[in-house]
Design a protein around this ligand. Structure first.
Ligand code: GLN
Length: 475
């Protein structure tokens, strides 16, 4: 039978598998066929885990037989190349980790394995998750399926394209600042950054540890919600992961049905006309769904991007110190230790990663630490506090996800500042540790997807799902 992958959801697939309409192997084969047809051009996957698919399928089919199947059992999923899956290469699309094989499972993979998910392969991304277009990958660019001359967004571009082009039902990406939401917006998907600590970072190749978080991507809010529920939870191996008791301190109070628009922040300029128009239409749709849309005022959100580009490189320079050509990864010979370091790091990392290591080292150096790093930490705190007070008045804050639709390949590669502008609306949520989601909100007249971003208070993913589902019905 021919399975309609385009409109498939986890729920639909689960029911079909349960009722015996098709088998897990047939569902997986349907995706593998599309991968065969499309991946060469789109380059969403860096590797398909060929030898490993059959045993995973067997486990899933067994679970259906013995009645232990969950909604996620047998669901074909793609994972970003910075998520450790035991025995498989995890390179973070960097040359420095080209042949790095994971020796253990990340927490999220352990959770998915328990549910009998079928992990199809690892997806392309920006080198070490630094970028907004998947162009900094050491393994070639990924193309946007809506227009192959355009970028898919990044850094989780491969995970977005895998789902958008029907090469996986859902996928996992990671966020340090927008890397799940921004490619979701460019590829017409739903993508969520959970509350910091809701999903364990154990087994994720670190970028900026105080900001990093794994996030689910899919075609519908419901798919993203199901995947999120299966990956979240306390993990003793990540000291920042949150306990259930802690979460009880943030009860799911009823919605006020009031949503805030940070007008001053949006009026800062740099947003495409088409994005503004689409955003205003989204506001109207939410009004129709019974929400009151009010202006909220923020003095600090406008500083988020600047603060992110201080804190993130500082953490990057510290996290990436371990790739020194001595312990693992790409290594070059030289007559002395400094030579090994400089040739290995210089040859193993792309330009953008090197730029950030240099910036971060400078920011953390004696004499500049207070002027840059400490100041940024203080402003981060102010942003989080201000958001907290805004959330006393409203359930959520909305903005466009990105100030423009997917841009042409190569357009921003020589202009880092304009590339960084992709992150302007993403940064507040990562800095404050709160959840945010991007939802498809329509297309440009050329058919490029646009996204609406909803940001909710700490541990209130449920608010994102509720408003998101109300909105989804009207698009
Ligand atoms: N665009 C962000 C950056 O370049 C993406 C980081 C991320 O979320 N991994 O820093």
């Amino acid at each position: 039978m021919k399975i309609d992958l385009k409109d498939l959801s986890i729920e639909k697939a689960h029911n079909s598998l349960k009722n015996g309409e098709y088998k897990v192997s047939e569902l997986v084969d349907a995706y593998l066929e599309v991968i065969k047809e499309k991946n060469e051009e789109l380059n969403a996957y860096l590797e398909i885990f060929k030898d490993d698919i059959e045993p995973q399928v067997k486990i899933a089919e067994e679970m259906f037989k013995n009645g232990t199947a969950t909604k996620m059992t047998g669901i074909p999923i793609a994972i970003k190349d910075n998520i450790l899956f035991e025995g498989h290469i995890a390179s973070a699309a960097s040359k420095i980790l080209e042949s790095h094989r994971a020796v253990y499972d990340s927490f999220v993979i352990m959770k998915l394995k328990k549910e009998g998910v079928v992990i199809l392969g690892r997806t392309n991304m920006d080198d070490s998750a630094m970028g907004s277009s998947t162009e900094t990958s050491a393994y070639g660019v990924t193309r946007n399926p809506f227009d192959t001359t355009r970028v898919p967004g990044g850094s989780s571009g491969g995970s977005a394209v895998a789902v958008a082009a029907n090469m996986a039902l859902v996928s996992l990406g990671t966020e340090t600042c927008g890397s799940v939401r921004q490619p979701s917006s460019f590829c017409g998907l739903v993508g969520m950054k959970p509350t910091y600590g809701a999903v364990s970072r154990n087994g994720i190749i670190a970028m900026g540890s105080s900001l990093d978080q794994v996030g689910p991507m899919g075609k519908t809010i419901e798919d993203v919600e199901i995947l999120y529920n299966s990956i979240c939870g306390k993990d003793a191996l990540d000291s920042t992961s949150l306990t259930d008791e802690f979460k009880l301190g943030f009860p799911k109070t009823p919605l006020k049905k009031r949503i805030g628009v940070p007008r001053d922040f949006l009026n800062g300029g740099g947003i495409d006309e088409v994005v503004i128009k689409n955003f205003e239409e989204s506001c109207e749709k939410l009004k129709k769904a019974g929400y009151e849309i009010v202006d909220v005022h923020s003095k600090t959100m406008q500083y988020s991007l600047a603060v992110y580009y201080i804190i993130m490189p500082a953490e990057v320079s510290s996290n990436l110190a371990r790739y020194d050509g001595m312990r693992y990864g790409f290594s070059q010979d030289a007559p002395d230790l400094y030579g090994v370091y400089s040739k290995s790091k210089g040859g193993g990392y792309g330009k953008e990663v090197r730029r950030r290591i240099l910036l971060g080292t400078y920011i953390l150096s004696h004499g500049y630490y207070d002027a840059y790093y400490n100041k940024a930490i203080n402003v981060r705190d102010m942003i989080a506090k201000e958001l907290l007070s805004i959330f006393e008045e409203v359930d959520a804050i909305i903005t466009p996800t990105v100030p423009f639709p997917a841009f042409k390949l190569g357009d921003k590669m020589n202009d880092p500042m304009s590339m960084y502008m992709c992150d302007i609306f993403s940064a507040p949520a990562n800095l404050a540790g709160i959840p945010a989601i991007s939802i498809p909100s329509g297309n440009t007249k050329d058919g490029l997807p646009l996204g609406l971003q909803i940001t909710a208070p700490y541990l209130r993913e449920d608010v994102l799902f509720t408003i998101g589902k109300d909105f989804e019905k009207l698009v």
